[in-house]
Write a protein that binds this ligand. Structure first.
Ligand code: NAD
Ligand code: FE2
Length: 387
């Protein structure tokens, strides 16, 4: 059976460049890494919640023992906004820093990456918006950037982009440049051990959405498709355990699978992320939760024309019936098992939100890579179905 839709008469660019130190305890190597790279004044970017956690304090303690001067910035929003980035950059300037370490979930890592950009690029932050070709202005050097993920979801630690919203309109913009890649990622599953079940579930479903949407996305990229399938297999094996009874094995599988999802989505995302982004914009819904609820509906929409690929997904997930409908059914059941609501109304969406949500969804950056074109009417139908 032929699965590949690739044409071999074009030239494609593929990138897999980040150094990743993966495994329990890997974050203990941060201090030595800084010393080896002659970095002694990092700005650590996190969020107010992570800043209080024991592992975070222990990282600071280890660094202080190596005489590293520390400054911590944690004044950020749940869905980060431009002023968060400006405030963090002020701290970087005023305290004379030489590098940036992002420690946290996708929100903290996005702010960290945006400060990396802003340090030597002082035009209005949204001039660098990728959707208006702003990446061409990212021409100067950037500070040494290190990421340490503490959720297993966005995979932002290996990404080249940051999602930052306008303070007033809440519209999300993407800042993108290969220069914004971390020099090294310390991916330490021990840091994710105490993630609460609801966050494990929502962030884990974000990772599953990345792997599924990347696998289906239009761009021909067999390398990413292989990574995405293995990412789905790892999540399938571990997400329920990570939510209900976490151990080092399930946490490790979730963390590497979330990294893989983000590596895979250089191929593109799709309709589910475009359904999800407006929920964060309009209702401040957590990104992972918004994806999780929409995922079965979005995948149902995608089956037509992608039957062979859905067979492969079903096989990867070990489903009895190898079909798109079986994959959709699996997603509903998985959501139920990890306490993700079945319907948008359960996460605060109302009938009157559907039109404004559809307006935002059609303008979103993710769906042009969906295997099947998505119209505003399709978005309305999908929101109505999920409501
Ligand atoms: N750059 C990208 O490629 C990309 C991709 C997808 C999403 N995003 C962005 O990422 C953000 C979402 O990231 P997220 O899903 O990781 O959520 P998050 O960063 O908002 O974290 C969720 C919650 O978990 C807490 N937390 C984090 N680590 C913890 C730990 N180890 N133990 C206990 N609590 C912990 C945080 O304090 C926060 O309250 C959104 O802003 C979204 O726009 C970025
Ligand atoms: Fe996502």
């Amino acid at each position: 059976m032929k699965f590949t839709t690739m044409t071999f008469d074009k030239i494609y660019q593929y990138n897999f460049p980040t150094t990743i130190l993966f495994g329990a305890g890997s974050s203990k190597n941060l201090g030595d890494y800084l010393v080896q790279n002659k970095l002694s004044k990092p700005l650590i970017v996190t969020d107010a919640n992570v800043a209080q956690l024991a592992f975070f304090k222990s990282i600071l303690h280890d660094l202080r023992k190596k005489n590293i001067s520390l400054e911590v910035f944690y004044d950020i929003h749940k869905n980060p906004v431009k002023s968060d980035v400006y405030k963090g950059t002020d701290v970087y300037d005023q305290t004379n820093r030489d590098s940036i370490i992002g420690i946290g979930g996708g929100a903290a890592l996005d702010v960290a990456r945006s400060i990396v950009l802003r340090v030597n690029h002082r035009e209005d932050l949204f001039k660098y918006d990728d959707l208006i070709g702003g990446d061409i202005y990212v021409t100067n050097d950037v500070p040494h950037f290190i990421t340490i993920p503490t959720t297993a979801g966005t995979g932002s630690e290996v990404g080249r982009s940051a999602i930052i919203a306008d303070d007033d309109t809440h519209q999300k913009k993407i800042l993108f440049s290969p220069k914004l890649l971390a020099k090294i990622v310390f991916a330490d599953p021990l840091l994710t051990m105490d993630l609460p079940p609801s966050i494990t579930a929502a962030t884990g479903m974000d990772a599953l959405t990345h792997n599924m949407e990347a696998f289906l996305a239009k761009m021909p990229h067999p390398m990413c498709e292989g990574i995405a399938l293995e990412g789905m297999a790892l999540i399938n094996e571990s997400i329920v355990e990570a939510v209900n009874n976490p151990g080092i094995e399930s946490r490790s599988k979730m963390l590497i699978a979330s990294l893989m999802g983000a590596v895979a989505f250089q191929k593109g995302l799709g309709v589910v992320h475009s359904l999800a982004h407006p929920l964060s914009t309009l209702l401040d819904t957590h990104h992972g939760l918004a994806n999780a609820v929409n995922l079965p509906y979005g995948m149902g929409f995608n089956i037509e024309g992608q039957e062979q690929k859905f067979k492969k997904i079903a096989r990867t997930l070990g489903l009895k019936e190898e079909s798109g409908n079986a994959v959709v059914q699996y997603l509903f059941e998985l959501n139920a098992e990890i306490n993700i609501p079945h319907r948008l109304r359960d996460i605060g969406v109302k009938e009157e939100h559907i039109n404004p949500l559809a307006d935002l969804a059609i303008a979103d950056f993710a769906h042009p890579n969906n295997p099947k074109p998505v119209s505003r009417e399709n978005f309305k139908d999908l929101y109505s179905k999920a409501l």
